[in-house]
Every structure is written in C-alpha cells, then in structure tokens.
Design a binder for this molecule. Sequence first.
Ligand SMILES: Nc1nc(=O)c2c([nH]1)NC[C@@H]1CN(c3ccc(C(=O)N[C@@H](CCC(=O)O)C(=O)O)cc3)CN21
Ligand SMILES: CC(C)C(=O)C(=O)O
Length: 321
Amino acid sequence: MMFSRQQIRHTRLHQIASGRRWMSVRPEERAPETRKKITIQHLLNMKRKHTPIAMLTAYDFPTGRACEAHGVDITLVGDSLAQVCLGYDATTRLTLDEMVHHCRAVARGSKAPFLVADMPFGTYEAGVDDAVRNAVRLVREGGVDAVKIEGGVEVVDTVKRLTTVGIPVMGHIGLMPQRQAIQSGYRVQGKSAAGALSLVDSALALEAAGAFAIVLEAIPHAVGAHITRRLHHAATIGIGAGWETDGQVLVWDDLMGTWGGHKAKFVRRFGDVRGEVERGVHAYVQAVRDRSFPSASESYEMPAEEAERFVGLAGARGDEP
Ligand SMILES: Nc1nc(=O)c2c([nH]1)NC[C@@H]1CN(c3ccc(C(=O)N[C@@H](CCC(=O)O)C(=O)O)cc3)CN21
Ligand SMILES: CC(C)C(=O)C(=O)O
C-alpha cells in the first residue's frame, strides 16, 4: 500500500498528537512508486538493443517488493516455489490453488516488473480448454500478466490458444523440472547435435505460436547463443544457458543463499542470507535464555502512582503474587 508524502506527513502528525508510534504491523513508509510498468514491447526493445533482461523468482510479498524496489524486469512466481518455499520434494506436487495464493502475495509487492506465473504441472496438459480456464485463474485471481509453460512442439497449440485469448505465454525448454521423472533426473539437455537441433526447432515453433519469451534451462552455451540469434520476436531468458541469451533468471533462494539443497552448476550465490538467519535466530534464542532480551528500553512502564495503587488494590483483594 502506498501513501503520498502528504498522507505520510499527516499520519505522522496524527500519531505524534495521539502519542502513538509506528508499529511493525503498519505498512512501510515509502514515497510513491516511480518505476514505469514493464511491457512486452519494452522487453522486446531490450532484446533489440542488447540490454540484458533481469528476471528473478519471487514467492511472497517481501520478495515481490524487493523485485519492485531493485530494478528486476520480470518477476517470476516459479513453481520452484514447491521446493524452496513449501518443502515438497518436486515441483509436480504444487496445486493451482497454492500457486494462485502465492501469486496474489507477489502481485501486491511487485507492480512495475512484468509478472509471470508458472502453470503448475497438470494444469495445461489435459487439453487446450482446460489450459485456458486455468491460465485465466492465474491472471484474474493471481493478478499476473503472463503464464509460463514447459514444453516444445507438443505445447504449441496451447501457446497459440492462450495468446489468441490475450494471455501472453513464456515458453520453457531444455531441462524441464516438471518432467524430471521421465527424464530420469535433472540433466543438461541438448549436448548432442541432434538434441541441440531439436531445441532450436522447439524454440522456433514456440516463437511462431506467439510466445513472447522462452526460458532456456541447462543447455550448452553455444545452443543458448544460437537460439537467441535465431529468434527475432521472442526474448530468450537463460538459466544455465550461458552468457549470450537476452536475459538471465535465477531462483531467489539460490541467489540469496537461503537454499540448503542441491546447488546446480549454473547457480551463483550473490548473498548469504542463510548465514544471517543462523546468526539472528541463534542470538535471539541465546538472549531469551540469558534474559538479556527484553531490556528495560524494550519494555513498558506504568506511572509510579498507578503502580502503587495497583499493588494496594491487588493486595486488598488478596491478589498477592
Ligand atoms: N533451488 C532451486 N533452484 C532451481 O533452479 C530449481 C529448483 N530449486 N526447483 C525446480 C527446478 C529444478 N531445477 C534444477 C534442479 C537440479 C539441477 C541439477 O542438478 N543440474 C545438474 C546437471 C548435471 C548434468 O546433467 O550434467 C548440475 O549439477 O548442474 C538443475 C536444475 C531448476 N529449478
Ligand atoms: C528456474 C525457473 C526458470 C523456474 O522455472 C522456476 O522457478 O520454477
């Protein structure tokens, strides 16, 4: 929730007058947003001008807010949410209701970035009509601008139909986590010449079907670069696809170092939030145990005469500690 400067000043004066102070339940005090909404046209201009596109996952209000505040171009409510946020063992466990719930929180924080949600496993495979119904829920209830679906030529009809009804689609080829069982794990794709060519075919088919962007996951650098040069109407967003794609994406928890699970080769840790969390929780527990928390300045007092009356009144009713 945003306040104008005038509203902030007004609220402050009111609080000072009424003797109230800020509490953590109040929305953060902030100047009105200045970032302009990112559009598909903006993203394709970035591709044309070779300005790298920064995409990052977010799963809740504060992470969405961080994407908003620090210049992210595309916020992705990725289905990696299943693992890094909800503790499931695979992305295939995630339901549409769970995805919608998290999209709503992210959308409240991430306003300017183009907002994309993964269509969870099982919400677009059974038929094009079903895919439309489910994508509409993500847009209408989740508040996202576009959806992402995993797959190559086999999802082309779905991409066409969604695009036709006005829902932009981001493709996702290469390593497709929703297919880890049938692919016997998380493996780099397109390492053979034939495999690489089939990735190029998938990318071209997705572009022709109307996809505005395509995630390229865990493929050789040369294949990522080739596909990026071949596509003129769709931006490529790499994750483990080398340095010559139109943009990059990483999972929030990998980037921040909050994820303690497997670290793929393409992950770079840009922060050590896990270390901070460990220090903070440990210090808190320690301070509670040794009674150094809370201090007098973190506690409330009664006026001395009220304290005296209280002791007297409590004693009179036999209310002795
Ligand atoms: N924390 C996290 N980061 C992700 O990027 C991510 C998730 N979770 N969950 C959903 C999917 C799963 N992803 C994964 C998971 C494992 C590998 C992986 O182990 N890759 C191997 C490739 C080994 C090879 O074939 O040579 C690696 O070591 O990089 C890659 C992507 C990407 N997504
Ligand atoms: C890793 C990204 C591309 C993703 O699909 C996810 O977060 O689920």
